[in-house]
Design a protein around this ligand. Structure first.
Ligand code: ACO
Length: 325
């Protein structure tokens, strides 16, 4: 019996050229390369150029993903841009990407689930494609977190970076076997009781300002591993797989220790874990598509591989998507 699946046709990414190293940061705030590397695994991060916007970076990542997929932009009828750092309060930055690609049909909108945005975007688009409403979609994560950081707060400014990544998805009929390509299962969660543990202290309806990122780092860390491993186990179970079946684990790149602890708890060996946090820092909704693009480009992720993506972030929001590449 055939089944409908959202199949990944290609991915692409974009990183701003400016690289900010830990030693440069140690001249800006009271920190050190050693402290940052030991606590987070981060060595450097990219920072958007003055005036460079989230939608401009998203457009570059989208073009790279379309080129990798060998798809003409005109065949895209849905664009979902996951971001917490849009160009403007409205309209959605996704419509700038749509216009930049010269597309005037279909729909484009932003989705806001902080670091979980890309996973929420994949699951949302999977539902929309399977409903028959759209045929080919771009799911993009793009962030300019450098614009909402308090550069005097050493506890947060060392953690984040800017960048964008995108995937092209197409709805297809698959045979309904274990070899089916596409998204096999997805689980999304949120729990607003934790909203004050990681938030931005501004916004249009509260302060009429953009605000700065605030975080209780230790509390986030404490919840992260439990939430991540729990949602991954549910996502595997829903598709009839176990952690031993995973070819590649592509976690949200927040912190090397969270990634290592989660993989260990799930029994996923380190050589199956894709990590980019050392070079990208935490790029929020962009981190998973950036990591996917690296691992496809260097030949690790190949067609037919079973790929587990997961993220956790402000809200809290968290979720996982299992896909056969
Ligand atoms: N350099 C030097 N010292 C620092 C720095 C810094 N950059 N930042 C904080 N410290 C100091 C603190 O002031 C504190 O000093 P004190 O003991 O004199 O008061 C000390 O280091 C310990 O602070 P903690 O916050 O307890 O440090 P911890 O070991 O928890 O590490 C960290 C902090 C790295 C933020 C950790 O809590 C963490 O990784 N949390 C997860 C947060 C995260 O990844 N958030 C990303 C967004 S959410 C997501 O994407 C999952």
């Amino acid at each position: 019996m055939t089944v409908t699946r959202s199949v990944v046709l290609g991915c692409g990414s974009y990183l701003p050229s400016r690289v900010l190293t830990n030693s440069e940061l140690s001249k800006m705030v009271d920190t050190s390369d050693e402290w940052i590397r030991q606590r987070t695994g981060i060595r450097e991060r990219h920072i958007a150029a003055e005036g460079e916007t989230t939608s401009e970076m998203a457009l570059k990542a989208a073009r790279a993903a379309l080129a990798a997929a060998g798809i003409d932009a005109q065949s895209i009828d849905l664009i979902v841009l996951a971001t917490s750092t849009p160009d403007n309060t409205f309209p959605a930055s996704a419509v700038s990407v749509q216009a930049g690609l010269g597309i005037t049909h279909g729909a484009a909108f932003d989705l806001q689930a902080v670091c979980s945005g890309f996973v929420f975007g994949l699951a949302t688009v999977d539902g929309l494609l399977k409903s028959g409403a759209f045929k080919r979609a771009l799911v993009i994560g793009s962030e300019t977190f450098s614009r909402i950081l308090d550069w005097n707060d050493r506890a947060t400014c060392v953690l984040f970076g800017d960048g964008a990544g995108a995937v092209v998805l197409e709805v297809r009929s698959e045979p309904g076997t274990r070899e089916d390509r596409g998204i096999l299962s997805a689980s999304l969660r949120s729990d607003g009781r934790h909203k004050s543990k990681l938030y931005v202290d501004g916004g249009p309806s509260s302060t009429q300002t953009v605000g700065h990122l605030r975080m209780e780092g230790r509390a986030v860390f404490k919840h992260a591993v439990v939430m991540i491993t729990d949602v991954i186990e549910d996502t595997l179970k829903a598709a009839g797989y176990t952690a031993a079946d995973i070819d590649w684990f592509v976690p949200h790149q927040a912190n090397q220790r969270i990634i290592d602890d989660s993989a260990k708890k799930l029994g996923i060996p380190p050589d199956k874990v894709i990590t980019t946090v050392a070079k990208h820092g935490n790029t929020s909704a962009a981190s998973i598509p950036l990591a996917l693009t690296c691992a496809v480009a260097d030949g690790r992720i190949n067609r037919g591989d079973l790929v587990m993506m997961e993220a956790m972030g402000g809200g809290f929001t968290w979720g996982a998507v299992l896909a056969r590449w």
